[in-house]
Design a protein around this ligand. Structure first.
Ligand code: SAM
Length: 213
């Protein structure tokens, strides 16, 4: 995601701390932190936050948490939540490599992975956010009924991810090779990248993977 370096991004984020969850000495117990019994859904690599904002508006009874590495991109997502005055959205400035340091095990009901970087070179495969090493971490974060929804335009990444989910014992359901032509996609939130790829006529793939029993 191309975005200019903003030396004031941290200061601008600090001014909007209401929207942010910070990293303490101990991992956050999200349910206590958000003072909620409601479901908590986490988007990893949330980008400019369009998907999360749309989901938050459509589902006011669910808490949405977006994780993003790049502060300028995160600021854009946080500004969006502020503009839209969303009350059920929070963000973390985090590297997903260390996501287990943020939240206690079993505190997340669902995870969205939308258009994660494909890292096409074989030698970079461990950086893919659906590599088995990452799936092990997500499994720890999720409740026993937890799920991961994965969406991408990249066929090779989709195939790699499908195999990784199966290898890790997840139960894979609702595999859609052309998500936008499926009736269930009607009116469902789309991400910034998704709109871009759809405009170019690229097919969008999607699957849902449930935590192994
Ligand atoms: C290709 S973009 C997709 C953004 C958004 N999900 C969408 O579909 O429009 C990938 C995003 O993931 C973020 N990202 C990549 N690796 C990350 C990591 N290790 N930790 C946190 N965020 C990461 C990038 O900064 C970028 O904003």
């Amino acid at each position: 995601m191309r975005m200019r370096n903003n030396p004031r991004a941290v200061e601008q984020l600090e001014r909007r701390s209401k929207w942010l969850i910070s990293k303490g000495e101990e991992p956050n117990d999200l349910r206590k932190h958000l003072e909620t019994e409601r479901a908590i859904h986490l988007e990893l690599g949330t980008g400019k936050g369009r998907f999360l904002a749309q989901m938050a508006i459509a589902n006011p009874d669910i808490w949405y948490v977006g994780a993003e590495l790049r502060k300028e991109v995160l600021l854009s997502a946080v500004r969006k939540a502020e503009r839209m005055n969303l009350s059920n959205c929070r963000y973390i400035w985090a590297n997903i490599n260390q996501i287990e340091e943020w939240f206690v095990p079993g505190s997340v009901d669902g995870i969205y992975l939308n258009f994660s970087d494909p890292w096409p070179k074989h030698r970079h495969r461990k950086r893919r956010l659906t590599h088995p090493n990452f799936l092990k971490k997500y499994r720890e974060l999720l409740t026993p009924d937890g799920w991961i929804q994965f969406r991408t335009d990249n066929e090779k990444l989709f195939e790699f991810s499908l195999n990784a989910f199966l290898e890790e014992g997840f139960r894979v359901r609702n595999v859609r090779l052309d998500w936008h032509s499926h009736p269930d996609s009607e009116g469902v939130a789309r991400t910034e990248y998704e709109e871009k790829f759809a405009r170019k006529g690229q097919r969008i793939h999607q699957l849902t993977a449930f935590v192994p029993k």
